[in-house]
Design a protein around this ligand. Sequence first.
Ligand code: OGA
Ligand code: NI
Length: 351
Amino acid sequence: MGEVDPAFVQDPEHRPKLSIIEAEGIPLIDLSAINSPNSISDPEAIEGIVGEIGNACKEWGFFQVINHGVSSSKLQKIEAAARKFFALPLEEKRKIRRDMNNVLGYFDTENTKNIRDWKEVFDFNAEDPTLVPASPDPEDNEETEWTNQWPEYPPEMREACEEYAREVEKLALKLMGLIALSLGLPENKFDSFFKDQTTRIRLNHYPPCPSPQLALGVGRHKDGGALTVLAQDDVGGLEVKRKTDGQWTRVKPTPNTYIINLGDILQVWSNERYESTEHRVMVNSEKERFSIPYFLEPAHYTIVKTLEELINEQNPAKYRPYSWGKFMTHRKLSNFKKLDVENIQIHHFRV
Ligand code: OGA
Ligand code: NI
């Protein structure tokens, strides 16, 4: 057995199984009806897509989309830049290391559920700078700005990242519109939340790991934002906890697709008609893996609360409203440390 630092070792019940159950069930949804430029939108086809998305959100909290309209050359460009960046010597990458004052940039010591992840990341935000609370303290009304940190090499990194983020934003917002329709709400219901978005894009690099049976690339977690649009390479390793039986199920990479998963905010907005789903990443001893999640997140001043249209006397709100900005800064700042307690979660706001 290879050696890994004990900081990476998962408790036995959270260790991955090397025999794999591959997900048959993660729905693949074809978005060509809303993306083909020369066809007038066909209401029946759109209704069909909305129905498929609604079912996928209920049954999995995860789905894949194809014919999604995101330019493949923009994806190739950011993937190539990511490979060049992560191949740099550590001291070079650490020049743009994230710290307590600037939470964006390079980071190689992240913990999920207080266990080290077998990965290194580069984070940047869609809005630069991003306006955020100065501290997680609810009494503190001061604001601050987070700014992106760009490496010197590769020189095309910044352009590749910024162009990619603008492309994926269109898809993410389109999906939020379809999700709104699937909940019986107007298509533009969610638009205003993303005017001053805190959306973050992450480049993940999972190096080969000598003990893939003990560690995880990312430990089990749910995404805290509204929606995640994930690009993964052809190596595979993402596992989703299947709602029907709680089995960890591998998501097989499908060329030219994005993986979409719901975050905690949609769970609260929809009063649990839709739920965010737990997922994690396995690593392997031979191949490195790259992935790029786009975490669609609202403005920091958003008070996350169940939508009025989805509650009534028989079905009251299941959550107390909470401040997205305070929640996010609390998490961001505590991700640096190995905590003795669980990090803040939405169930802390459950009624
Ligand atoms: C994440 C995540 C999945 C992957 O970064 O939150 O779940 O496949 N990543 O890299
Ligand atoms: Ni995730």
